[in-house]
Design a protein around this ligand. Structure first.
Ligand code: FPP
Length: 252
């Protein structure tokens, strides 16, 4: 078992594509919703663990834009699970100084869920220990297009010169404005795809793909991912020597 005392140099931002709930249920001949229910338990334990480890930002891909195309009963069950999760976790978020954020097309969520989400965001907004960022009705391409539109509007209205647009300004017009880019991007259940998740922000993220299905992604599995991350050498396009020099210069 990997021990927490070994966990030094942790990522500032962990982002997770939570995949495999359906397969988890299918293997047990359960309805898919049982897999999602079990998945919520893993959400709970993962948030708790990341908080205990002092990981500042955790982003969870909870519902993609494409997920609206699933059978109506499954979409509705997922919305109910999200609503129940928000209701049941508020006290823990408040007690553990966790601030909730959301990225994606929140206005597409059913009103009951949206109101509860915005209320939870508001009530946890002054918490400072960790940000739990839920990607809901989220699509990376749509997010990028939204940022382009906002910048184009400013150029049209004359408040922005196109020449002044740089990567930092672009990033500040994404839903994730103000958050660090994900250092570690985990995908469960073995698929080697980004599935329209954090396309701009994951340019230099370390990818960790595990065959473990999301409902089975427990403490041991999270620690494995964190250890794997620590073994990787992140050079951000530089040579080994340049990267070492740059780290020394920054005092790392
Ligand atoms: C992918 O599994 C998972 C989802 C589409 C939804 C993830 C949702 C949860 C974990 C529960 C709700 C979340 C919160 C934050 C309360 P899949 O159904 O695509 O699995 P499969 O690929 O095996 O079919």
């Amino acid at each position: 078992m990997v021990k927490p005392s070994d966990l030094i140099r942790l990522p500032r931002h962990v982002a997770i594509i939570m995949d495999g709930n359906g397969r988890w249920a299918k293997r047990r001949a359960f309805p898919r919703i049982m897999g999602h229910r079990q998945g919520v338990k893993t959400v709970r334990s993962t948030v708790r663990l990341c908080r205990e480890l002092n990981i500042p930002v955790l982003t969870l891909y909870a519902f993609s834009q494409e997920n609206w195309g699933r059978p109506r009963a499954e979409v509705s069950a997922l919305m109910d699970l999200l609503y129940d999760y928000l209701k049941s976790e508020l006290d823990e978020m408040l007690g553990n100084q966790i601030s909730l954020r959301a990225i994606g097309q929140i206005d597409r969520l059913p009103e009951r869920v949206r109101t509860c989400l915005l209320d939870t965001i508001e009530r946890t907004s002054s918490n400072t220990a960790m940000i739990l960022n839920l990607a809901l009705s989220y699509g990376g391409r749509a997010e990028i297009v939204g940022a382009v539109r906002r910048l184009a509007q400013k150029c049209l209205s004359g408040t922005l010169n196109p020449e002044d647009i740089d990567e930092a300004m672009f990033a500040s017009n994404l839903d994730t404005a103000g958050l660090p880019d994900p250092d570690l991007l985990i995908r469960t259940s073995g698929e080697n795809r980004l599935s329209n998740f954090l396309l701009f922000q994951s340019a230099y993220s370390e990818f960790y793909i595990t065959p473990v299905l999301w409902p089975d992604f427990d403490k041991e599995e999270l620690f494995k991912a964190l250890f794997e991350y620590q073994k990787r050498e992140r050079r951000f396009g530089l040579t080994n020597e340049q990267h070492s020099e740059s780290c020394t210069a920054k005092g790392f």
